[in-house]
Design a protein around this ligand. Structure first.
Ligand code: ADP
Length: 897
C-alpha cells in the first residue's frame, strides 16, 4: 500500500521567500564553492549523491548537485521541503518503507531514492531557505558523527552565503552593480539584483548572455585587454554605457577586476551609474558657461576654518575683463592681499561689517584694476551656509562707473536749473540800481564760478566798469571793438581763446550796459557757461527794466503823495481857519436880538444866518477830522463815556427840530473818545431827522451788555435804495433819492462815522428800505481793543526789503519791517511792538520754522504765510495762495483783526 504526505508550508513563508531572494543565488550557474560543500557532505556520509538545495515558492532548486542530473524538482515532492517545513534535520533510512515517501516519484522512479539525510540552511534571522543533503539508492543510516558533520557543514555553508549576501547588499545600497563575467565564452556569469533591475532582465535571462549585449563598449579587443590587465594584477577603469533590455543605454563608470572566487578565470565588473552625476555635471557646465558669459563679476571666497580668512576660490571670466587679473594671479589669495589692499571707504566698511555679522550686504565702492586705475563697483556680498556655518561668501560685482557719472551729471544739471531759478528770483526782486550790480555779480559767481564786471558803454565801444546803474559816469574814449560789436548785435562776443566774453545786458535810462566775464581759472568757456551767461544777461536786462520802472513809479508816487499832502494841508488849514470866523458869526447873530429890538422878519433872517453858519462850522469840523484821519493823525482821547447820557444830550440839542424817543437798557458806559463819539451820534441823529419828512419821530435804543454797548437809530424816513446800501459808507457817497429830493448834504458824515467807530474797535451797519425808513446799528466795545495806529508787520524774506510784497504792504498803509532771519525778527520785536509776521520764504528750514513757531507762540504774534507744508509746521493763523500778492496778505491781516 502506498501513501503520500505533502510537506507543510512554514508559517513565515512570505518573509522566508524574501530572505531567500536576498542571497541572489537562484538560477545562477554551478560554482566550485558549493560543489565542494556537496562533495564534503557525500564523503563524510559515504553516499553517492549530495546536493545544496534552495526551496523556492514552488520548486526546489539545486545550487550544487553531486551524483544526479536534475537541477530542480517540484516543491511538493521534495524531501528537503519537509526539512524546511519543520526546520530541523531529517533522516529517512528507507524511503521504500516510509509511509511519508514510499509513493514519492523520486522514490518510485529516477533517481530511486531510498536513503535521505538533510540539514537545514538556517539564516541568522531564523528562516530555513534550503538544505545541505545527502541521498543514496540503498537504505542505510548515519552514525551520530556523520549527522554532526552534516549539520556543521550546513552551518559553514550558511556562513559563506551570509558573507556573499552582505557584500551584495552593500553594493546594492551604494547603487553599484556587480557583474561576474566568464572570459572563456565572454558571457555573463552573475549579475547583482540591482544590475538586473536597472537593465530590465531577470537574473536567469542574464546568466549566459553574451557580455556585449549589455556592455556594448566592452568589444572584443577591449575585453581581451581588460582580461589581460586584470590577470597582470591591474584593474581597469573606464567610462562605458550599459544597454537595457529596451535598447536604451545609460552611462556608467566601469571597473573591471579579478573575481574574488573561481578558478582564477572569471572576472568581476563593477558598474556605477553615472546618469545623475552626468546630469549634475551638465548642469554645472551650463552654470559655469552662464557665469562666465555674464558681464557681472562672480567671485567665491572660501572661509578658512581656523583663521576665518576669506580666500578666493572661484572667479569668472568677467573678473579678468574688469580688472585685468588672471585666475592664476588671484585664485587662492586672501581677500585683503590683492583687491582690497586699499584704504577702506564707506562701502568697504559695510562689507567688513557684514562679514563680521555674517549677513548679506550691498555696497558701492571704488575698486582698483590691476593697472591701478579705479572704477565704481557695485557689490552684493552674500554668505553661504553649510550646516549652520558660513563656509563661503559670494560676491557679485558690477562696474557702475557709467551710471554714477550719468546720475551725477543729472544731479549737476538739476542743481544748475535750481540755481538758475533762484538767480531769476533774486534778480527780479531787486528794485535798487546799486543792489542790482551786486546781485548780478553774486549770481554769476554762483552759476559760472566766474567774476563778472558790469560796464557802462558807448556805442563806439568805449566803456567803464560801474557799481550801479544810472547816475553820471564819464566814459573814457578808448573804443573796444568787442564791446561795440556786442552793443550793435545786442548779443554776445566770445574773446579769442574762448577765455572771456562780452555780452549786451540792456539799457537803463540813457546808458547801455554790457557784462564782461572771464573764464574761471583761465580755462576756456564751455557751451554750458555761455548758455548760462546768455540767461544771466537776459535776466539782468529784465531786472534793469524793473529797476527803472520801479524808480519811475516811486517818483510818481512821491509826486502824488506830495500833492495830496499839500491838498490836505490846505484843507486842514482852511477848515481850521474857518471855524474862528464862523464862531464870530454865530456869536454876533445871537447878540443882535439882545442889543436891538427886531421885528419878526429880521429875526427869521438872523436865525437863517445862524443856521447856515453852524452848518458851515460842522462841515469845517468834519473836514478837519477827515484830513486828520487821512494823515493818521487821529489819536483817541480815551475817557469814561456814558453813551446813554451822550445820546440824551444830543437829542436835547435837536429838540427844537424834532422829538426823538430814547430808550436805555443796561449799563451804557464805555471807554472812548467823547468828542468823537458825539460826532458819530450827532451825525446819525441829524440824518434821521433830516431824511424823515413831516414830523414822524425817530427813535434811539441804547442797550449795554457784557462786552459792548449797541445803539440802534430807527427812523420812518425816505430810506435808502437797496442797490446803494453797500456804498453808503463810502466817502462823498449820497443816495440818489436824497439828491433828487434836494436834501442838502455832503456825503461825508457816514464815512467819518464809520472811521471813528472803527477807531474805537466797533462796528456800524445799516438796514433800510426805500420809502420805509432806515435803521443804523452802532456797536461800541466797552474798551478799545487795539491801538488804532497803522499796524506794524515784519516781512520775513530772504531778500530782506527787495520784494514787491513789502512795497505793496507799505502802499496799503502798513508799517513794514523787513527781516531775513528769525534773529533779525526777534531784534525788531524787542525794539517795537509788532502786529503780525508775514513769511515770504518757502520752504523755511525745519530749524527756522521751529524757532519762528516758538517765537510767535511766546509773543502771541499771528503768522501769515503761503499755503503749504510750512503753514502747518508754523501753526500759521492765516494763509495766502501763490503767488504772494500784497492784496491777499492785507485781506488776511484784516481778517486777523
Ligand atoms: P449827508 O447826509 O451829508 O449827505 P452822510 O454821509 O451823513 O451825508 O449820508 C450819506 C447819505 O446816506 C446821505 O446823503 C443819504 O442819501 C443817506 N442817508 C444817511 N442817513 C440816512 C437816513 N437816516 N435815511 C435815509 N438816507 C440816509
Amino acid at each position: 500500500m502506498t501513501a503520500t504526505i505533502k510537506p507543510g508550508i512554514p508559517a513565515n513563508e512570505a518573509e522566508r521567500l524574501r530572505a531567500l531572494a536576498g542571497y541572489q543565488l537562484l538560477d545562477t550557474p554551478e560554482e566550485e564553492l558549493y560543489d565542494a560543500f556537496a562533495r564534503l557532505a557525500a564523503d563524510a556520509c559515504e553516499t553517492s549523491s549530495a546536493m545544496v538545495t534552495l526551496v523556492d515558492e514552488s520548486r526546489q532548486w539545486f545550487k550544487a548537485h553531486l551524483g544526479i542530473e536534475t537541477r530542480e524538482t517540484p516543491r511538493e515532492i521534495a524531501f528537503c521541503s519537509h526539512v524546511v517545513a519543520e526546520d530541523r534535520m531529517l533522516v529517512v533510512t528507507d524511503a521504500g518503507q516510509d509511509r511519508r515517501f514510499n509513493a514519492n516519484p523520486l522514490v518510485t522512479g529516477e533517481p530511486y531514492i531510498r536513503f535521505y539525510a538533510g540539514a537545514p540552511l538556517h539564516t541568522p534571522e531564523g528562516y530555513a531557505i534550503g538544505t545541505l543533503c545527502v541521498v543514496d539508492r540503498e537504505p542505510r543510516d548515519l552514525t551520530d558523527g556523520q549527522r554532526g558533520t552534516l549539520q556543521a557543514l550546513a552551518a559553514a555553508l550558511m556562513t559563506a552565503l551570509e558573507a556573499r549576501r552582505s557584500v551584495l547588499r552593500v553594493f546594492d545600497a551604494a547603487h553599484i552593480d556587480l557583474f561576474t563575467l566568464e572570459p572563456r565564452d565572454r558571457t555573463i556569469f552573475f549579475a547583482s539584483s540591482g544590475a538586473c533591475r536597472r537593465l530590465g532582465y531577470s537574473l536567469k535571462e542574464l546568466v549566459g548572455m553574451p557580455v556585449y549585449d549589455v556592455l556594448p563598449a566592452l568589444e572584443e579587443s577591449v575585453f581581451d585587454e581588460a582580461v589581460a590587465s586584470v590577470r597582470g594584477g591591474k584593474p581597469l577603469v573606464r567610462e562605458a554605457v550599459l544597454r537595457r533590455r529596451d535598447g536604451t543605454t545609460y552611462p556608467v563608470e566601469l571597473r573591471v577586476d579579478a573575481a574574488e572566487q573561481g578558478r582564477g578565470q572569471r572576472i568581476a565588473a563593477v558598474a556605477i551609474d553615472q546618469t545623475e552625476r552626468k546630469a549634475a555635471q551638465r548642469e554645472i557646465d551650463l552654470l559655469m558657461r552662464s557665469i562666465n558669459a555674464t558681464s557681472d563679476v562672480v567671485l567665491i571666497y572660501r572661509v578658512e576654518p581656523i583663521t576665518g580668512m576669506l580666500r578666493l576660490s572661484f572667479m569668472n571670466d568677467a573678473y579678468t575683463h574688469q580688472t585685468g587679473y588672471t585666475r592664476e594671479e588671484v585664485v587662492g589669495r586672501d581677500l585683503d592681499s590683492f583687491r582690497l589692499a586699499m584704504p577702506d571707504d564707506e562701502g568697504m566698511r559695510e562689507i567688513r561689517a557684514a562679514i563680521v555679522d555674517g549677513r548679506s550686504a550691498e555696497a558701492e565702492l571704488i575698486s582698483y584694476r590691476k593697472d591701478g586705475s579705479t572704477f565704481w563697483n557695485q557689490i552684493a556680498f552674500h554668505p553661504i551656509f553649510d550646516g549652520g556655518r558660513i563656509t563661503h561668501w559670494v560676491s557679485i560685482e558690477r562696474d557702475i562707473s557709467d551710471e554714477v557719472e550719468r546720475t551725477s551729471a543729472l544731479a549737476e544739471e538739476h542743481d544748475r536749473l535750481l540755481a538758475l531759478a533762484q538767480a531769476a528770483r533774486r534778480l527780479f526782486t531787486v528794485f535798487d540800481a546799486r543792489q542790482l550790480v551786486a546781485v548780478v555779480k553774486d549770481v554769476a559767481r554762483e552759476l559760472l564760478g566766474a567774476e563778472v564786471r558790469v560796464l557802462a558803454a558807448r556805442p563806439s565801444g568805449a566803456s567803464i566798469e560801474v557799481d550801479q546803474l544810472g547816475g553820471d559816469v564819464s566814459i573814457p574814449e578808448t573804443p573796444d571793438p568787442d564791446v561795440a560789436a556786442a552793443l550793435a548785435k545786442r548779443g554776445r562776443i566770445v574773446g579769442a581763446g574762448q577765455t572771456s566774453a562780452i555780452i549786451y545786458a540792456g539799457q537803463f535810462g540813457d546808458g547801455r550796459y554790457v557784462l564782461e566775464v572771464c573764464a574761471p581759472g583761465g580755462r576756456p568757456l564751455r557751451n554750458t557757461d555761455l548758455f548760462m551767461l546768455d540767461l544771466i544777461a537776459e535776466y539782468f536786462a529784465v531786472a534793469a527794466r524793473n529797476v527803472a520802472l520801479y524808480h519811475e513809479l516811486d517818483e510818481r508816487r512821491s509826486a502824488v503823495l506830495e500833492l495830496s499832502q499839500t491838498k490836505s494841508d490846505l484843507i486842514a488849514m482852511l477848515a481850521h481857519d474857518f471855524r474862528g470866523p464862523l464862531t464870530s458869526i454865530v456869536g454876533y447873530a445871537d447878540l443882535i436880538p439882545e442889543v436891538a429890538k427886531l421885528e419878526e422878519e429880521p429875526l427869521e433872517y438872523l436865525d437863517a444866518i445862524k443856521r447856515a453858519a453852524l452848518q458851515l462850522s460842522e462841515l469845517a469840523s468834519d473836514t478837519l477830522t477827515f484830513s486828520r484821519l487821512e494823515r493818521n493823525e487821529v489819536a483817541l482821547q480815551l475817557a469814561d463815556v456814558d453813551l446813554a447820557t451822550l445820546v440824551a444830550e444830543i437829542v436835547e440839542q435837536y429838540a427844537d427840530r424834532r422829538d426823538v424817543e430814547v430808550k436805555v437798557s443796561g449799563d451804557a458806559r464805555v471807554i472812548g473818545d467823547e468828542q468823537r463819539l458825539r460826532q458819530v451820534f450827532a451825525n446819525l441823529i441829524d440824518n434821521a431827522i433830516k431824511y424823515t419828512p413831516g414830523d414822524a419821530k425817530p427813535s434811539v435804543v441804547v442797550d449795554g451788555d457784557g462786552s459792548a454797548v449797541t445803539v440802534t437809530l430807527q427812523d420812518r424816513g425816505i430810506g435808502i435804495p437797496a442797490a446803494e446800501l453797500s456804498t453808503i459808507f463810502d466817502r462823498f457817497s449820497r443816495a440818489s433819492n436824497a439828491r433828487k429830493l434836494n436834501i442838502s448834504g455832503t456825503g461825508f458824515g457816514l464815512f467819518l462815522a464809520k472811521q471813528l467807530v472803527q477807531l474805537h474797535g466797533g462796528t456800524i451797519a445799516v438796514e433800510s428800505q426805500e420809502g420805509n425808513g432806515s435803521a443804523f446799528v452802532v456797536t461800541i466795545p466797552r474798551r478799545v481793543a487795539r491801538a488804532s495806529a497803522p499796524r506794524t508787520v515784519v516781512v520775513l524774506d530772504a531778500e530782506r526789503d527787495a520784494s514787491f510784497l513789502a512795497y505793496g504792504l507799505r502802499e496799503g498803509g502798513y508799517r513794514v519791517r523787513p527781516a531775513a532771519t528769525i534773529d533779525e525778527l526777534a531784534a525788531i520785536a524787542d525794539a517795537e511792538s509788532i502786529d503780525a509776521v508775514v513769511v515770504n520764504i518757502d520752504p523755511l528750514s525745519r530749524d527756522q520754522a521751529a524757532r519762528l513757531r516758538a517765537f510767535a507762540g511766546k509773543r502771541g504774534v499771528p503768522i501769515v504765510t503761503v499755503a503749504s507744508e510750512n503753514a502747518a509746521r508754523l501753526g500759521a493763523s492765516a494763509t495766502v495762495p501763490r503767488p504772494v500778492l500784497a492784496g491777499d496778505v492785507m485781506a488776511a491781516l484784516e481778517r486777523l483783526r
